[in-house]
Ligand binder design. Structure first.
Ligand SMILES: C[S@@+](CC[C@H](N)C(=O)[O-])C[C@H]1O[C@@H](n2cnc3c(N)ncnc32)[C@H](O)[C@@H]1O
Length: 375
């Protein structure tokens, strides 16, 4: 049966809790403001970017009977939630997931976007849309008012002849961009930076955590590299971002095979570029996955993790705990999880419960570094 109701939507396999929702006011505003354009669209005209859990895609398919919808979602959890929601709504064949590339945007006439968090990510999207979409494309970009900045208008203004803002509704607002100015130079991403301290070249696409910078927590974790489980055969960089931890480990330990894994498409593309730039492609396998779901139980000797503590834009410890729990499953007995976190978060009891005996090897005013040994 083809139909649509917001009530059917779920976030699964992403975290679910009473205060976390599968649809938000921005989804509703985007769908309402683009209603006419969606109703007039032909198969293959519509592209949806950043659909959190599938509300935009499933509604466009269910309400407007649209087919050939092209979708890009950065986290694989978003892709899996959309797939499950579309299956329940009977609209699984109305859309296709794409990478963030030309195939997503070629000749698109209507683009709906949940605004990304960073200006870099927005620039990457704006460049791709302006480069490949139909010259008559209309782009609706929605976000929470508190997360929107004039910098976003400025970035869009570099790629579109017209950018206007809608009135706010329920603390969300839209930007509507038309008249794409086709870029002539090369795309702005990936960018790269040489880190002489680490002896590594770091590459980043727009949506990668922290760009090419070395995160302060990651630096703390790296300072303990030579104390981590001697003789490890298989090591995992869990939530690898640009792949700094994986690359540093592979470089200093020639005997270790490394898997760098992250749920974010931007992260794995960046990590793959970093690995290649440093000549480590034969030592590091990069995988896009949710909390190592495709890795076998008791298979790894060492896991390094600088976990997320921001879920979407709210702070939610569940995102880190999910990774710790996965580490407990994937480590072999006596394997080690090395992790860093803001000292005030006090994750030690959780690590002890989810992985095993946990020792703080560093406790600063800002960061703590812990090693947990799988029992
Ligand atoms: C704080 S960043 C650390 C990035 C990198 N390791 C570094 O140290 O610079 C956390 C990373 O965890 C990833 N992440 C969050 N939840 C995840 C999940 N369920 N499965 C895999 N990766 C996840 C994010 O996409 C992000 O790249």
């Amino acid at each position: 049966m083809t139909g649509f109701s917001f009530e059917q939507l779920r976030r699964f396999p992403d975290l679910e809790a009473d205060n976390l929702y599968a649809v938000d006011a921005t989804d509703r505003l985007l769908l309402d403001e683009a209603d006419l354009e969606l109703a007039r669209s032909a198969p293959g005209d519509v592209v949806i970017i950043g659909d959190h859990f599938g509300a935009l895609t499933v509604a466009a398919a269910g309400r407007h009977h649209l087919t050939g919808i092209r979708v890009f979602q950065d986290p694989v959890t978003g892709e899996r939630a959309l797939a499950a929601n579309a299956e329940r709504a009977g609209t699984a064949s109305n859309y296709r997931s794409h990478s963030l590339d030309r195939s997503l945007l070629d000749n698109a006439k209507l683009v709906l976007v949940q605004l990304p968090k960073s200006l870099a990510e927005l620039r990457e999207l704006a460049d791709l849309i302006a480069r490949y979409a139909d010259p008559a494309v209309t782009v609706f970009l929605g976000g929470r008012v508190k997360h929107m900045t004039v910098g976003m208008n400025d970035v869009l203004g570099e790629y579109f002849g017209s950018v206007r803002a809608s009135l706010a509704r329920q603390k969300s607002r839209l930007l509507v961009a038309t008249e794409p100015q086709r870029p002539t130079g090369k795309p702005p991403f990936p960018v790269e930076r040489r880190d002489e301290g680490l002896g590594l070249t770091v590459c980043a696409y727009g949506g990668a955590f922290g760009g090419t910078a070395l995160d302060a927590g990651t630096a703390r974790l790296l300072s303990h590299l030579d104390r981590m489980r001697p003789g490890a055969g298989l090591a995992i960089d869990l939530g690898c971002g640009t792949g700094i931890l994986a690359s540093a480990l592979a470089k200093t330990r020639p005997g270790v095979a490394v898997i760098a894994t992250d749920r974010s498409a931007a992260a794995v593309a960046s990590a793959q570029a970093t690995v290649t730039a440093n000549g480590l492609a034969d030592r590091i396998v990069v995988q896009r996955d949710d909390a190592m779901s495709q890795l076998a139980d008791a298979s790894a000797d060492l896991i390094l993790c600088n976990p997320p503590f921001h879920l979407d834009t709210s702070v939610h410890a569940g995102a880190a705990l999910k990774l710790f729990e996965a580490a407990g499953r994937v480590l072999r007995p006596a394997g080690e999880l090395w992790t860093v976190f803001n000292s005030h978060l006090g994750y030690r009891a959780n690590l002890q419960r989810l992985v095993g005996e946990t020792r703080l090897v560093e406790r600063g005013s800002r960061f703590s570094v812990a090693v947990s040994t799988r029992s």
